[in-house]
Design a protein around this ligand. Structure first.
Ligand code: B1M
Length: 214
């Protein structure tokens, strides 16, 4: 039964059946079937990997990519706030945005919700965030960490630009930098001068937890 509802969630997205996908998410939220929100979020993420492959292979076109993204966003907006589980004291502030030119936000939002559930005060800078907005957020909020999400290889140079600008404005030693998103790797993070690369939201949250107690 649990597998059935996760299959419905995944297949609904892959068949571009919005109603079936949303119905599966709502059924999980109501607790009709014993499936954790994390399992549901993971099922949607798995489906999006397949969407990406179909798009890359030319089996799906932009219209399908866009519509599947809309369904995924609707479902993630239902599910991922439930990852927030009774945080008590703030573990610290983290400002996060998707870099300039990049409109992908599903992964960023999952990271934000996971980190909130671990007690962090998360400042969401949104998508397509220009360099200066990242810098202003560091000045204004004095966060423990600055997070950048990036899914496009065409926009990954933005990360280096923000890190350089932090240095130019004497802020680099005042904030840790964490980056994540499908376009990035550990090697990229090192070359760009980031403090950490997070391959997923759970690892990202573990990393900022370590920084918060250090
Ligand atoms: Co786009 N897209 N897309 N897309 N899209 C990709 C990224 C792509 C890999 C698909 C493909 O071709 N295989 C490809 C990029 C290729 C490349 O650069 N190498 C691509 C492309 C080409 C494009 C367009 C250029 C298409 C076009 O217009 N011709 C266009 C670009 C628009 C723009 O941004 N300027 C575009 C548009 C879109 C939509 C708007 C339609 C939609 C986004 C909807 C939205 O986000 N609101 C979309 C989608 C849905 C995808 C795929 C299918 C799914 C992305 C996703 O949400 N994954 C994607 C294929 C893929 O990734 N394999 C693809 C699920 C999400 C949970 O994973 O974001 O990786 P992810 O996040 C993970 C971790 O990476 C990590 O935690 C998350 C959960 O564990 N993480 C962090 C992410 N950020 C983090 C930050 C952290 C820590 C962890 O700390 C700060």
């Amino acid at each position: 039964m649990a597998n059935g509802i996760l299959e419905q969630l995944k297949n609904g997205l892959l068949e571009l059946d919005r109603d079936s996908t949303v119905e599966a998410a709502n059924s999980i939220i109501r607790g009709d079937i014993s499936v954790s929100v994390k399992e549901a979020v993971d099922a949607v993420s798995d489906a999006l990997q397949i969407v990406g492959k179909r798009f890359q292979d030319g089996d799906w076109f932009l219209a399908e990519l866009v519509y599947s993204g809309e369904i995924a966003k609707e479902v993630m907006n239902l599910l991922s706030p439930l990852l927030e589980a009774g945080a008590t004291e703030s573990a610290g502030t983290v400002a996060v945005g998707t870099v300039a030119g990049d409109l992908h936000d599903l992964g960023k939002n999952i990271f934000i919700n996971y980190a909130k559930s671990a007690g962090f005060n998360m400042i969401d800078l949104g998508i397509d965030v220009p360099t200066q907005k990242f810098i202003d957020a560091v000045r204004e909020h004095k966060p423990l960490a600055l997070g950048m999400s990036c899914l496009l290889t065409s926009t990954d140079p933005e990360i280096g630009k923000v890190i350089e600008e932090l240095g130019r404005q004497n802020l680099r030693d005042k904030v840790k930098v964490i980056i994540g998103g499908a376009a990035l790797t550990e090697q990229f993070a090192q070359a760009a001068g980031a403090d950490a690369f997070a391959p997923d939201a759970v690892t990202g949250t573990d990393i900022i937890k370590q920084w918060s107690v250090a």
